[in-house]
Design a protein around this ligand. Structure first.
Ligand SMILES: *Cc1c(COP(=O)(O)O)cnc(C)c1O
Length: 246
Protein backbone atom coordinates (compact mmCIF):
# COMPACT_ATOMS: atom_id res chain seq x y z
CA UNK A 1 0.00 0.00 0.00
CA UNK A 2 2.72 2.44 1.00
CA UNK A 3 4.85 1.60 -2.01
CA UNK A 4 1.90 2.07 -4.35
CA UNK A 5 1.09 5.51 -3.02
CA UNK A 6 4.71 6.67 -3.10
CA UNK A 7 5.16 5.30 -6.59
CA UNK A 8 1.98 7.01 -7.77
CA UNK A 9 3.10 10.31 -6.24
CA UNK A 10 6.37 10.04 -8.12
CA UNK A 11 4.53 9.51 -11.37
CA UNK A 12 2.21 12.46 -10.73
CA UNK A 13 5.09 14.76 -9.86
CA UNK A 14 6.82 13.70 -13.05
CA UNK A 15 3.66 14.37 -15.08
CA UNK A 16 3.40 17.83 -13.52
CA UNK A 17 7.05 18.50 -14.27
CA UNK A 18 6.72 17.36 -17.88
CA UNK A 19 3.64 19.47 -18.44
CA UNK A 20 5.39 22.51 -16.97
CA UNK A 21 8.38 21.99 -19.23
CA UNK A 22 6.17 21.58 -22.26
CA UNK A 23 4.46 24.90 -21.58
CA UNK A 24 7.51 26.78 -20.33
CA UNK A 25 6.21 27.12 -16.80
CA UNK A 26 8.02 26.95 -13.48
CA UNK A 27 7.16 23.71 -11.69
CA UNK A 28 7.03 25.65 -8.41
CA UNK A 29 4.01 27.53 -9.72
CA UNK A 30 1.85 24.41 -9.75
CA UNK A 31 0.68 22.92 -6.46
CA UNK A 32 -0.46 19.33 -6.08
CA UNK A 33 -3.63 19.00 -4.04
CA UNK A 34 -4.69 15.50 -3.02
CA UNK A 35 -8.44 14.87 -3.31
CA UNK A 36 -8.96 12.47 -0.42
CA UNK A 37 -12.64 11.57 -0.65
CA UNK A 38 -13.21 7.94 0.43
CA UNK A 39 -9.48 7.59 1.31
CA UNK A 40 -8.77 6.35 4.83
CA UNK A 41 -6.61 8.41 7.23
CA UNK A 42 -3.81 5.83 7.27
CA UNK A 43 -3.44 6.13 3.51
CA UNK A 44 -3.64 9.91 3.59
CA UNK A 45 -0.95 9.87 6.28
CA UNK A 46 1.44 8.04 3.97
CA UNK A 47 1.22 10.93 1.53
CA UNK A 48 1.53 13.57 4.27
CA UNK A 49 4.56 11.86 5.76
CA UNK A 50 6.23 11.80 2.38
CA UNK A 51 6.28 15.38 1.23
CA UNK A 52 2.65 16.18 0.54
CA UNK A 53 1.03 19.08 2.39
CA UNK A 54 -2.22 19.94 0.67
CA UNK A 55 -5.39 17.82 0.90
CA UNK A 56 -9.08 18.40 0.31
CA UNK A 57 -12.40 16.76 1.08
CA UNK A 58 -15.75 17.02 -0.69
CA UNK A 59 -17.93 16.27 2.28
CA UNK A 60 -17.98 17.82 5.72
CA UNK A 61 -18.69 14.42 7.26
CA UNK A 62 -15.43 12.99 5.92
CA UNK A 63 -13.52 16.07 7.03
CA UNK A 64 -14.91 15.52 10.53
CA UNK A 65 -14.29 11.77 10.58
CA UNK A 66 -10.63 12.07 9.60
CA UNK A 67 -9.77 15.20 11.56
CA UNK A 68 -8.45 13.61 14.75
CA UNK A 69 -6.33 11.07 12.91
CA UNK A 70 -4.62 13.75 10.83
CA UNK A 71 -4.42 16.69 13.16
CA UNK A 72 -0.90 16.00 14.41
CA UNK A 73 0.63 15.88 10.93
CA UNK A 74 1.28 19.33 9.46
CA UNK A 75 -0.90 19.92 6.40
CA UNK A 76 -3.34 22.34 4.84
CA UNK A 77 -7.02 21.50 4.31
CA UNK A 78 -9.11 22.80 1.45
CA UNK A 79 -12.75 22.08 0.76
CA UNK A 80 -13.77 21.18 -2.80
CA UNK A 81 -17.33 19.89 -2.49
CA UNK A 82 -20.80 21.35 -2.49
CA UNK A 83 -21.12 23.26 0.76
CA UNK A 84 -24.47 23.55 2.45
CA UNK A 85 -24.88 26.64 4.58
CA UNK A 86 -25.77 24.60 7.67
CA UNK A 87 -22.31 23.02 7.54
CA UNK A 88 -20.36 26.28 7.54
CA UNK A 89 -19.58 26.12 11.24
CA UNK A 90 -17.88 22.75 10.74
CA UNK A 91 -15.72 24.09 7.94
CA UNK A 92 -14.36 26.63 10.41
CA UNK A 93 -14.14 24.21 13.29
CA UNK A 94 -12.13 21.67 11.30
CA UNK A 95 -9.59 24.16 10.12
CA UNK A 96 -10.32 24.47 6.42
CA UNK A 97 -7.96 27.10 5.01
CA UNK A 98 -9.63 27.53 1.63
CA UNK A 99 -13.13 26.86 0.31
CA UNK A 100 -12.57 26.24 -3.39
CA UNK A 101 -16.24 25.71 -4.10
CA UNK A 102 -17.80 29.09 -3.41
CA UNK A 103 -20.49 29.18 -6.08
CA UNK A 104 -23.35 31.33 -4.86
CA UNK A 105 -24.01 34.58 -3.07
CA UNK A 106 -26.06 33.22 -0.18
CA UNK A 107 -23.19 30.90 0.74
CA UNK A 108 -20.74 33.82 0.61
CA UNK A 109 -23.00 35.89 2.81
CA UNK A 110 -23.56 33.19 5.43
CA UNK A 111 -19.88 32.26 5.45
CA UNK A 112 -19.05 35.92 6.03
CA UNK A 113 -21.52 36.24 8.90
CA UNK A 114 -20.09 33.21 10.65
CA UNK A 115 -16.49 34.35 10.10
CA UNK A 116 -17.33 37.77 11.49
CA UNK A 117 -18.82 36.28 14.62
CA UNK A 118 -15.73 34.12 15.13
CA UNK A 119 -13.28 36.89 14.24
CA UNK A 120 -11.76 34.84 11.41
CA UNK A 121 -11.08 35.09 7.69
CA UNK A 122 -10.91 32.36 5.06
CA UNK A 123 -9.47 31.93 1.58
CA UNK A 124 -11.97 31.20 -1.18
CA UNK A 125 -11.97 30.31 -4.85
CA UNK A 126 -15.03 30.91 -6.99
CA UNK A 127 -16.18 27.65 -8.57
CA UNK A 128 -17.28 28.08 -12.17
CA UNK A 129 -19.23 25.53 -14.19
CA UNK A 130 -17.22 25.68 -17.42
CA UNK A 131 -18.57 22.45 -18.92
CA UNK A 132 -22.19 23.53 -18.98
CA UNK A 133 -23.21 20.21 -17.44
CA UNK A 134 -26.23 20.34 -15.19
CA UNK A 135 -24.74 17.67 -12.98
CA UNK A 136 -21.89 19.86 -11.88
CA UNK A 137 -21.84 22.62 -9.34
CA UNK A 138 -20.40 26.03 -9.96
CA UNK A 139 -21.68 29.35 -11.16
CA UNK A 140 -22.34 29.87 -14.86
CA UNK A 141 -19.41 31.73 -16.48
CA UNK A 142 -21.69 34.63 -17.45
CA UNK A 143 -22.41 35.36 -13.80
CA UNK A 144 -19.02 34.61 -12.32
CA UNK A 145 -17.62 38.14 -12.41
CA UNK A 146 -20.71 39.49 -10.73
CA UNK A 147 -20.34 36.91 -7.95
CA UNK A 148 -16.68 37.83 -7.54
CA UNK A 149 -17.62 41.50 -7.15
CA UNK A 150 -20.34 40.81 -4.62
CA UNK A 151 -18.30 38.30 -2.61
CA UNK A 152 -15.44 40.80 -2.54
CA UNK A 153 -17.59 43.10 -0.43
CA UNK A 154 -17.45 40.57 2.40
CA UNK A 155 -14.11 41.46 3.90
CA UNK A 156 -13.68 38.14 5.72
CA UNK A 157 -13.55 36.31 2.38
CA UNK A 158 -10.09 36.40 0.83
CA UNK A 159 -10.69 35.67 -2.84
CA UNK A 160 -7.62 33.98 -4.32
CA UNK A 161 -8.83 32.82 -7.72
CA UNK A 162 -11.11 30.42 -9.55
CA UNK A 163 -11.83 26.68 -9.59
CA UNK A 164 -13.47 24.40 -12.12
CA UNK A 165 -14.10 20.75 -12.91
CA UNK A 166 -13.51 20.27 -16.63
CA UNK A 167 -15.67 18.24 -18.95
CA UNK A 168 -15.19 14.48 -18.71
CA UNK A 169 -14.24 13.63 -22.20
CA UNK A 170 -11.57 11.78 -24.08
CA UNK A 171 -11.51 14.71 -26.48
CA UNK A 172 -8.71 16.84 -25.15
CA UNK A 173 -9.73 19.95 -27.05
CA UNK A 174 -13.18 19.95 -25.47
CA UNK A 175 -11.62 19.66 -22.04
CA UNK A 176 -9.15 22.38 -22.93
CA UNK A 177 -12.02 24.70 -23.88
CA UNK A 178 -13.28 24.49 -20.28
CA UNK A 179 -9.91 25.46 -18.88
CA UNK A 180 -9.64 28.32 -21.35
CA UNK A 181 -12.96 29.69 -20.12
CA UNK A 182 -11.56 29.78 -16.59
CA UNK A 183 -8.30 31.39 -17.71
CA UNK A 184 -10.17 34.03 -19.72
CA UNK A 185 -12.40 34.83 -16.77
CA UNK A 186 -9.32 35.22 -14.60
CA UNK A 187 -7.81 37.68 -17.09
CA UNK A 188 -11.03 39.68 -17.32
CA UNK A 189 -11.30 39.89 -13.54
CA UNK A 190 -7.68 40.99 -13.22
CA UNK A 191 -8.33 43.77 -15.73
CA UNK A 192 -11.30 45.02 -13.75
CA UNK A 193 -9.06 45.58 -10.75
CA UNK A 194 -11.72 44.79 -8.17
CA UNK A 195 -10.76 45.78 -4.61
CA UNK A 196 -10.16 42.89 -2.18
CA UNK A 197 -9.80 40.35 -5.03
CA UNK A 198 -6.73 38.22 -5.68
CA UNK A 199 -6.77 36.17 -8.87
CA UNK A 200 -3.51 34.26 -8.75
CA UNK A 201 -4.94 30.77 -8.33
CA UNK A 202 -6.53 28.63 -11.01
CA UNK A 203 -7.57 25.29 -9.54
CA UNK A 204 -8.20 22.98 -12.48
CA UNK A 205 -7.09 19.59 -13.72
CA UNK A 206 -7.50 16.16 -12.13
CA UNK A 207 -6.01 12.69 -12.60
CA UNK A 208 -7.06 12.44 -16.24
CA UNK A 209 -6.52 15.95 -17.52
CA UNK A 210 -3.86 17.65 -15.43
CA UNK A 211 -1.45 18.12 -18.35
CA UNK A 212 -4.04 20.06 -20.33
CA UNK A 213 -4.90 22.14 -17.28
CA UNK A 214 -1.26 23.01 -16.64
CA UNK A 215 -0.80 24.01 -20.27
CA UNK A 216 -3.77 26.36 -19.81
CA UNK A 217 -2.44 27.91 -16.62
CA UNK A 218 -3.48 25.78 -13.64
CA UNK A 219 -1.74 26.68 -10.38
CA UNK A 220 -3.44 23.92 -8.37
CA UNK A 221 -4.17 20.45 -9.76
CA UNK A 222 -6.49 18.24 -7.73
CA UNK A 223 -5.61 14.57 -7.90
CA UNK A 224 -7.32 11.60 -6.28
CA UNK A 225 -7.51 8.37 -8.27
CA UNK A 226 -4.04 8.57 -9.78
CA UNK A 227 -2.52 8.61 -6.29
CA UNK A 228 -4.91 6.56 -4.15
CA UNK A 229 -6.52 4.28 -6.74
CA UNK A 230 -10.11 3.94 -7.95
CA UNK A 231 -12.98 4.82 -5.65
CA UNK A 232 -16.01 2.68 -4.89
CA UNK A 233 -18.48 5.52 -5.23
CA UNK A 234 -19.31 7.12 -8.56
CA UNK A 235 -18.37 10.79 -8.69
CA UNK A 236 -22.05 11.66 -9.07
CA UNK A 237 -22.35 10.79 -5.39
CA UNK A 238 -20.14 13.78 -4.71
CA UNK A 239 -21.21 16.07 -7.48
CA UNK A 240 -24.94 15.48 -7.50
CA UNK A 241 -26.69 18.68 -8.54
CA UNK A 242 -29.66 18.03 -6.25
CA UNK A 243 -27.37 17.99 -3.24
CA UNK A 244 -29.39 15.17 -1.78
CA UNK A 245 -26.23 13.24 -1.03
CA UNK A 246 -24.32 16.11 0.50
C1 LIG B 1 -12.58 13.75 -6.75
C2 LIG B 1 -12.25 15.12 -7.17
C3 LIG B 1 -11.04 15.41 -7.80
C4 LIG B 1 -10.01 14.37 -8.14
O1 LIG B 1 -10.50 13.51 -9.14
P1 LIG B 1 -9.61 12.29 -9.68
O2 LIG B 1 -10.17 12.03 -11.01
O3 LIG B 1 -9.82 11.18 -8.71
O4 LIG B 1 -8.22 12.74 -9.72
C5 LIG B 1 -10.79 16.73 -8.14
N1 LIG B 1 -11.69 17.71 -7.90
C6 LIG B 1 -12.86 17.47 -7.30
C7 LIG B 1 -13.80 18.59 -7.04
C8 LIG B 1 -13.17 16.17 -6.92
O5 LIG B 1 -14.35 15.93 -6.33
Amino acid sequence: MKEDILHNLEIINQRIKNACEKSGRDVNDVKLLLATKTVSPDRIKIALENGQTLIAENKVQELKDKFDDLKDIPHENHFIGHLQTNKIKDILKYDVRCVQSLDRLDLAEKLHQRLLSEGKTIDVLIQVNTSNEESKFGIHPDFAIDLVKKAAEFETLKIKGLMTIGLFSAETEKVRACFKILKNLQQEIIQQNIPNVGMKELSMGMSGDLETAIEEGATIVRVGTAVFGARNYPDSYYWDETGKNS
